[in-house]
Design a binder for this molecule. Structure first.
Ligand code: ATP
Ligand code: MG
Length: 393
């Protein structure tokens, strides 16, 4: 089938006035970005209140659909065939040829829905509906008309050229990335944080990310895995600026000075402090983590409170109420799962105590942190100064 234009449908609720332009412009931008990953040349544009993605060269249909299915804000994708206007008899033939190719099984009910955007067309939309309907019934005896609940809605739009479409592919919903500010994702190599980033990006938030590694305790392969996860998130969210922080010295210093059962919490507090610092420098409006209540010792309500206490920015935890399996289901759907389960060590797990506190006492934690006073500020400064930036796309 020679589709060469895709009509992009989006939910219009809540996007009135000026917001509408912002929403549509961001959607066009994100479509253009997503199609960079597909073979071929494409142009996304807005015209007469509609958004289209047009192929300017040969392309692979499935690949284009899979790219478009990652663009938040799209509710449906309709592949369109465009015909030159060569009179109504020719249109009948074109439509029949289209249906013949598009539907191997003709045993379906349909309804024609014509729209005459160009008013000088010699037939009005009611006439087009009934004449085309008849032509289709004559051509395919198995097809039936059902005006109330058709299995196929054959859309015919008379513009400068004639647009015919009937198939729709479901989009991911959500809002176009870039319409709701930017936030900093704490991205580990695990299952949960990529899902958390995906969920916040789906609401239109642009994502930057920070990863803490601890070479040589964590390997280059562990780092590559996080870069790959950032790249997978970028498939949905646009380029992801991934900040990589060397956390080794800070981690060793905490290990040396603080009670081992408090290590994880104190480390998590330093991660949040550093993430917030980078977030402020990069105009992020919040932090995002993949925490879920009760999943591990560092995610009890007491631990979350202790971790949260160092943050002044809002911390978004979109998977907070999910069971592990529910998070895994999303990870599989968005294709991060296979990468997340690669067995490379995680910087948090290197120094974990055998019996970490599950109900940390904030006063005690703060007392322990006082023992770090001598060197920690200098270490934080060095960690921030030596940060690496990878642009994942
Ligand atoms: P995940 O599957 O996302 O790694 P987890 O269940 O392993 O989560 P933790 O290791 O306790 O949980 O981490 C909780 C959250 O802290 C993570 O979801 C992530 O947002 C952040 N985090 C943990 N380790 C790192 C790291 N090395 N770099 C960046 N963020 C991290
Ligand atoms: Mg983890």
């Amino acid at each position: 089938m020679e589709y060469n234009i895709f009509l992009i449908k989006y939910a219009e609720i809540g996007i009135k006035g000026k917001n509408r332009y912002l929403f549509e412009d961001a959607l066009v931008r994100q479509i253009q970005y997503a199609l960079k990953k597909a073979e071929g040349e494409f142009k996304a544009y807005k015209t007469q209140g509609r958004i289209y993605a047009e192929a300017l060269s040969d392309f692979d249909y499935d690949e284009v659909i899979s790219c478009l299915k990652k663009v938040f804000g799209i509710t449906a994708i309709c592949p369109v065939v465009v015909f030159e206007d060569k009179g109504f008899d020719q249109l009948k033939e074109d439509v029949i040829a289209y249906l013949d190719k598009a539907y191997a099984d003709k045993n379906i009910s349909f309804k024609v829905n014509a729209r005459r955007a160009r008013k000088n067309y010699p037939l009005d939309s009611m006439e087009i509906n009934s004449l085309l309907g008849e032509a289709v019934l004559d051509a395919f005896t198995e097809m039936k008309v059902d005006v109330h609940n058709p299995q196929m809605l054959l859309q015919v739009e008379i513009r400068e050229r004639i647009y015919v479409y009937s198939r729709t592919e479901k989009g991911p919903g959500g809002m176009p990335v870039g319409t709701n500010g930017k936030a900093m994702l704490l991205l580990s190599g695990g299952i949960d944080s990529p899902v958390a980033g995906y969920m916040i990006a789906k609401r239109g938030v642009k994502i930057d990310a920070v990863y803490f590694h601890a070479p040589p305790y964590t390997s280059e392969r562990a780092r590559q895995k996080v870069v790959e996860l950032a790249r997978l998130i970028a498939g949905y969210a646009g380029p992801v600026y991934l900040h990589i922080i060397n956390f080794t010295d800070i981690q060793l210093y905490i290990y040396e000075k603080c009670p081992h059962e408090e290590l994880t919490i104190i480390m998590r507090r330093y991660m949040m402090r550093i993430a917030e610092q980078i977030a402020k420098e990069t105009e992020c409006l919040g932090l995002i983590t993949g925490e879920s209540i009760g999943q591990v010792a560092s995610q009890t309500l007491q631990s979350l409170a202790a971790t949260n206490e160092v943050c002044t920015m809002p911390v978004y935890r979109p998977v907070i109420g999910f069971d592990k399996q529910e998070i895994v289901d999303i990870a599989e759907k968005i294709n991060t799962y296979e990468t997340s389960i690669l067995p490379f060590e995680d910087c948090c797990t290197i120094f974990v105590a055998r019996h970490p506190v599950t109900k940390p006492n904030l006063k005690a934690i703060k007392r322990s942190e006082v023992r770090l006073e001598e060197k920690i500020d200098e270490m934080l400064r060095i960690a921030l100064e030596s940060k690496e930036l990878v642009i994942a796309e």
